[in-house]
Design a protein around this ligand. Structure first.
Ligand code: GCO
Ligand code: MN
Ligand code: MN
Length: 403
C-alpha cells in the first residue's frame, strides 16, 4: 500500500451525485457537463473504488418511461458486471421535486406524505435490484423555516410512522435493508428535523424496530452544527449504530461545502480514520463530496483520487501513531490506572459504595498533575506533518533525478 493506490478491499464508495455534480450552485449554472452513470462506474473502477451509490433519480430521471428505465438499468448493470463494482447503499431523492418543498415524510399535506412513501418503496425496489443492503434516509426537506404551522410534534410522529412503515415493507419484500438516518442541521431547510447524530440516535430508540436503524453521519453536517465529527462517530460506534458514513470536509460556520476529504481539517480527518480503523468498522468508506466548481472533468477525477489517497495516507499514519514509542509513552503517562479503585468503581455494590465514601483522595495533588497533552498533541501534529516516525527513521531521501 506504499504508493496509496486504492483497491476494492479498501471499500471506497462514491454516490453518482458526487462525482456527477456539475458545479451548479444557488448563484450559478453548471460549470461542467457531468457524466453518465455507466461512465462513472467505469471510471471509479479504474481508480480502485469498491462501489457506487445512488438516489433513485440519479439513475432513473423523474418521469422516465418504462422502456427508458429498462434501458438505463441494463446499461448500468452492464457497467457493474464489467467492472465488479457493487452498489452497497441506495437512497431516495425526496428533496428536488417541488412536491417536497415543505417536507416529504413530515409534510403537513397527507397526500405528500403518502406520495413520499410510494416513491421510497419504488426506490427501495430499485436499490434491492442492484443488491444494496443499506438504505439511507437524508431528510433534506424535512424541516421548517417558520414554526407557525405548528407541526413540530406532528412531524416527528409522521416521520416515525413512515420509518416504521418502510421497515416493514423491507421485511415483507425480503430486502432486509439496514436503514441509516443521516442528520444535518440546516440547508436546504432553515432547520432540519433530527439535526445531529445525537438527535438521530435518540429518535431511533422510539421506533418500532430500533435494531434495524442506525446512522449515516457526515463530516460536513456535524461541523456545520459546530460539533466534532470524531465525537459524533464515537457515540454512534459506542451505540452499535454506525451503519454507514459520509466522508467529506467543511469549514465551520459556512454554507454546505462538501469539500474533498481532508481538504480542511486534517487532524479531525485523522481521528475519524483512526476511529473507523480501530473500531473495526466494516462498512463502506463513502465519500459524499464533490469537486470544486472551478474544475473540469479531469479535476473531478483528481478530487475522487484525492479523497481515497488521503484516507489511505491517514490510515498509514494511524498505524504509525499507534507504534510510535514516544506517543505510546505519552499516552501511558496520560492514562493513570489504579486497579483497586477501578475495581471499586466499575460496578455498584453497597460495600464498594462504602469503601469509596471512606477513601481519602488527595484532590489538590490530582488538580496539580500536568497531563502532558501539549506534548502528545505536538507529537501528533509532527507525525501528520511527516517529520516523525517513518520519515525520521528511514534512510535519507534520495533525490529524484531524471536522465
Ligand atoms: C446533502 C446530503 C446528501 C445525502 C444524500 C444521500 O447535504 O446534500 O449529504 O448528499 O447524503 O442525499 O442520502
Ligand atoms: Mn451533505
Ligand atoms: Mn451526505
Amino acid at each position: 500500500m506504499t504508493d496509496y493506490t486504492p483497491t476494492p478491499a479498501d471499500k471506497f464508495t462514491f454516490g453518482l451525485w458526487t462525482v456527477g455534480q456539475t458545479g451548479r450552485d444557488p448563484f450559478g449554472e453548471a460549470t461542467r457537463p457531468g457524466f453518465s452513470a455507466p461512465h462513472i462506474v467505469r471510471k471509479l473502477a479504474e481508480l480502485g473504488a469498491y462501489g457506487v451509490d445512488f438516489h433513485d433519480n440519479d439513475l432513473i430521471p423523474l418521469g422516465a418511461s418504462a422502456a427508458q428505465r429498462d434501458q438505463i438499468v441494463r446499461d448500468f448493470r452492464a457497467a457493474l458486471d464489467d467492472t465488479g463494482l457493487v452498489v452497497p447503499m441506495a437512497t431516495t431523492n425526496l428533496f428536488t421535486d417541488p412536491a417536497f418543498k415543505d417536507g416529504a415524510f413530515t409534510s403537513a399535506d397527507a397526500r405528500v406524505r403518502a406520495y413520499a412513501l410510494q416513491k421510497t418503496m419504488y426506490a427501495m425496489d430499485l436499490g434491492a435490484e442492484f443488491g444494496a443492503q443499506t438504505y439511507v434516509f437524508w431528510g433534506g426537506r424535512e424541516g421548517t423555516e417558520v414554526d407557525g404551522g405548528g407541526k413540530l410534534l406532528d412531524a416527528l410522529a409522521w416521520f416515525r410512522d413512515s420509518l416504521n412503515f418502510l421497515a416493514q415493507y423491507s421485511q415483507d419484500q425480503g430486502y432486509n435493508y439496514r436503514f441509516a438516518l443521516e442528520p444535518k442541521p440546516n440547508e436546504p431547510r432553515g432547520d432540519i428535523f433530527l439535526p445531529t447524530v445525537g438527535s438521530a440516535l435518540g429518535f431511533i430508540a422510539t421506533l418500532e424496530q430500533p435494531e434495524l436503524f442506525g446512522v449515516n453521519p457526515e463530516f460536513a453536517h456535524e461541523t456545520m452544527a459546530g460539533l466534532s465529527f470524531p465525537h459524533a462517530i464515537a457515540q454512534a460506534i459506542d451505540a452499535g449504530k454506525l451503519f454507514h458514513i459520509d466522508l467529506n470536509d467543511q469549514k465551520m460556520g459556512r454554507f454546505d461545502q462538501d469539500l474533498r476529504f481532508g481538504a480542511e481539517n486534517l487532524k479531525a480527518a485523522f481521528f475519524t480514520v483512526k476511529l473507523l480503523e480501530d473500531s473495526g468498522y466494516a462498512g463502506p468508506r463513502h465519500f459524499d463530496a464533490h469537486a470544486l466548481r472551478t474544475e473540469d472533468a479531469e479535476g473531478v477525477w483528481a478530487f475522487a483520487r484525492g479523497c481515497m489517497r488521503t484516507y489511505l495516507i491517514l490510515k498509514d499514519k494511524v498505524a504509525q501513531w499507534s507504534e510510535d514509542a514516544e506517543i505510546r509513552a505519552a499516552l501511558e503517562a496520560y492514562r493513570v490506572q489504579d486497579a483497586e479503585l477501578e475495581a471499586l468503581s466499575r460496578t455498584y455494590s453497597s460495600t464498594n459504595a462504602q469503601a469509596l465514601k471512606n477513601r481519602a483522595f488527595d484532590r489538590v495533588a490530582l488538580g496539580q498533575r500536568g497531563l502532558g497533552l501539549e506534548h502528545l498533541d505536538q507529537l501528533t501534529a509532527e507525525l501528520l506533518l511527516g517529520v516523525r516516525g517513518k520519515a525520521s527513521t528511514a534512510a535519507p531521501r534520495q533525490m529524484v533525478t531524471t536522465a
